[in-house]
Design a protein around this ligand. Structure first.
Ligand code: ZN
Length: 142
């Protein structure tokens, strides 16, 4: 079976390459600014991480939170490691919002703020994803 994360090659989604990880936009943006941190080597479980990978992950979380605080200003932030659909270690980095946010004229509402995320996954088109990626990249320091 072809692993989605081992074969990641989506320039539209990619925000930043790190030594051990890749930071990319999620295809669904029901919560605006939702990103994925995926490890560049194929392992399945959290406890298989090497210390240096864990340290870098912490840095990535700090960077994306800092960037989102300058852009969409989330009220809370979820870090999740699930892997139910693609069992290759990656993290869901999900900003949460008390009130609606607006980006390129569209409203984004966190319908389940204060609770787990509703099981809703709506893929965005490439034009929207490129705009969002460029917006986030611009605010992120290199
Ligand atoms: Zn993989």
């Amino acid at each position: 079976m072809k692993c989605k994360w081992c074969n990641f090659d989506n320039k539209t989604l990619l925000i930043k390459e790190y030594k051990y990880w890749r930071l990319s936009l999620a295809e669904s943006q029901i919560l605006i600014g939702w990103t994925h941190a995926s490890l560049k080597r194929h392992i399945l479980f959290f406890e298989e991480l090497r210390d240096e990978e864990l340290i870098e992950l912490k840095k990535i979380i700090m960077e994306i939170k800092e960037t989102l605080n300058k852009t969409f200003k989330p009220d809370w932030f979820n870090v999740m490691q699930l892997g139910n659909m693609t069992p290759h270690l990656h993290f869901q980095l999900v900003p949460r919002y008390k009130e609606k946010r607006i980006f390129v004229g569209r409203e984004f509402i966190d319908k389940s703020y204060g609770r787990p995320i509703l099981d809703e996954w709506i893929e965005e088109d490439n034009i929207f994803l490129k705009k969002l990626r460029n917006y986030i990249k611009k605010e992120m320091k290199n």
